[in-house]
Design a protein around this ligand. Structure first.
Ligand code: NOJ
Ligand code: CA
Length: 530
């Protein structure tokens, strides 16, 4: 399956208020079906003040009216299933909005029956706060609550208090949330910050990390990036909770999938999220790939490490971008973004495509007064809005994202929408969209590409990344020129050239020596019929 990351407020506006919604996503399903994806990760649509794009929830079991209602969700599931597309729902277990009734009750007094549903603490002796933990949104994770005279923990915005999963009532209430959406036909979940469910009960200080401060691939506040977050996340006790989550999914019919957002820099730790008996996450994201320098030796090493670290019987999920990062085409430039598409869709794992990446969408300037992402509010905070601008559907008013008369779009449309949009690229045989569609088509038709083994090819060098995928007699070889200069590779084998990222020399015999043009990737079948 190929997964498509939708971003609900930015995908398609179904009712003309300028904000993408579930009705709009239903209208977008034909595009997804034509692209050939097997699943859509919807993005949060629950009741929310939308300070963190819906990851700040006031009711996990209802739809934020701006996005639709439960009946629209049901229609989305039916319409997606009718097209063979699975619906993946966000599960946000770590925190709620500070306006959630649970938190309002929890903060009402120290003796509130729900006090312990969140993490409350006093300042450490001789210090101003309980410990040194820093928030992803900048500053301390601790917010003083004047009314009840204690600090509460918020790993993100101060409006996003962390739930206390050590309290069994919290856990049970949150497991019920899974059942609610599974009963409505959800095919699985993308679990938000799955590595954060449990914290060190002693609230020990995190050590300082001198190396993480300048990670150019992630949009993280420097306050956050400066620590090794070993006590506020990745606590060993969280694995038991992941097993409980998995057990709920396993109790349902069909293949209900648990996909997890986790911290992914260390392969051993990443592998642990599958569970010792493959009884935790089906698919923990391998973010290390996003954070690797776009150079052949580094990428070859990381893909090899991933393969080595993967437990027997487990399967990886891959992404080269998401709603929290700079867009792929912004990071690499459009010519290399096409090469990246070939990598993502031919490497070993379930690829995840961020909406708009199939068009080569780049980050857009979002003027300060139009920003939505409250993470940018802290000093030094970076807005993720430039990545999250509306999907350009056509060259018409509001780029077809919203009806022509809609005012006040959620975020500004892409400046190039008159040429860069779904309709224009559908009609263009050399467009980025056509490349994605072809790649998905070839992938579906090939056992080697969907499920085969991965191996670094001997022809891989400092400039060209070469690897092979094999299943039985079928063998595919991928050669990616990661540079803006022509390169020659000697594969030592011949085959059919199934696809070039430039889409102009497919379906001919090729090899053993291949002349790659600047920023060109090619896919060959060198063995078996596929
Ligand atoms: C991770 C999500 O990807 C990000 O967008 C969000 O801000 C945080 N979790 C908090 O939910
Ligand atoms: Ca709308």
């Amino acid at each position: 399956m190929v997964l498509y990351e939708n971003h609900l407020p930015s995908m398609r506006d179904g009712n003309g208020d300028g904000i993408g919604d579930l009705e709009g996503l239903i209208a977008a399903l034909d595009h997804l079906a034509e692209l050939g994806v097997g699943g859509v990760w919807v993005g949060p649509f629950f009741r929310s003040p939308l300070l963190d794009q819906g990851f700040d929830i006031t009711d996990h079991c209802d739809v934020e009216p701006v996005f639709g209602d439960l009946a629209t969700f049901d229609r989305l599931v039916a319409a997606a299933h009718a097209r063979g597309i699975r619906v993946i729902v966000d599960y946000v277990p770590n925190h709620t909005s500070d306006r959630h009734p649970w938190f309002i009750e929890s903060r009402s007094s120290r003796t509130s029956p729900r006090r312990d549903w969140y993490v409350w603490a006093d300042a450490a002796p001789g210090r101003e706060v309980p410990n040194n933990w820093t928030s992803e949104a900048g500053g301390s994770v601790w917010e003083w609550d004047e009314g009840s005279g204690q600090f509460y923990l918020h790993s993100h915005l101060r409006e996003q208090p962390d739930l206390n999963w050590r309290n069994p009532e919290v856990r049970d209430a949150m497991l019920d949330v899974l059942r609610f959406w599974l009963d409505r036909g959800a095919d699985g979940f993308r679990i938000d910050v799955a590595h954060m469910l449990m914290k060190d009960p002693g609230l020990r200080d995190n050590p300082v990390d001198p190396h993480r401060g300048d990670n150019p691939w992630d949009i993280q506040h420097p306050d956050f990036a400066g620590q090794l977050h070993i006590h506020d996340r990745m606590h060993p006790d969280l694995h038991e909770e992941l097993r409980r989550i998995r057990a709920v999914l396993d109790g349902y019919d069909g293949d209900r999938v648990a996909i997890g957002e986790i911290e992914g820099m260390d392969w051993d730790r990443w592998a642990r999220y599958f569970g010792e008996h493959l009884d935790e996450l089906h698919l923990p994201f391998a973010f290390r790939l996003i954070e690797t320098a776009w150079e052949a030796p580094a990428l070859a090493a990381v893909l090899g490490e991933l393969d080595d670290a993967l437990p027997e019987g487990a399967w990886p999920i891959l992404a080269l971008g998401n709603h929290d990062r700079r867009r792929l085409a912004t990071r690499l430039g459009r010519p290399q973004a096409r090469v990246a598409a070939m990598l993502l869709l031919t490497a070993r794992g379930t690829p995840t495509i961020l909406y708009g990446d199939e068009l080569g969408l780049v980050d857009q300037d979002v003027p300060v007064e139009r920003r939505r992402d409250a993470f940018a509010r802290a000093t030094g905070g970076v807005s993720r809005d430039p990545t999250r601008t509306p999907m350009p559907w056509n060259a018409g008013p509001n780029s077809g994202f919203s009806p022509a008369d809609a005012r006040d779009l959620w975020l500004p449309v892409c400046v190039e929408y008159q040429t860069l949009n779904v309709e224009a690229q559908r009609a263009d045989p050399r467009s980025s969209l056509t490349l994605y569609r072809r790649l998905l088509e070839l992938r579906r038709a090939s056992a080697a590409l969907t499920a085969g083994d991965w191996e670094r090819h001997a022809a891989s060098d400092d400039h060209v990344l070469v690897y092979a995928r094999t299943a039985g007699a079928e063998r595919c070889v991928v050669a990616l020129n990661l540079t803006p200069r022509a390169r020659t590779v000697d594969l030592g084998e011949t085959g059919d050239l199934l696809l070039s990222t430039l889409l102009d020399r497919d379906g001919r015999a090729a090899g053993p020596v291949i002349e790659l043009r600047a920023d060109e990737g090619v896919l060959l079948r060198t063995g078996g019929a596929g």
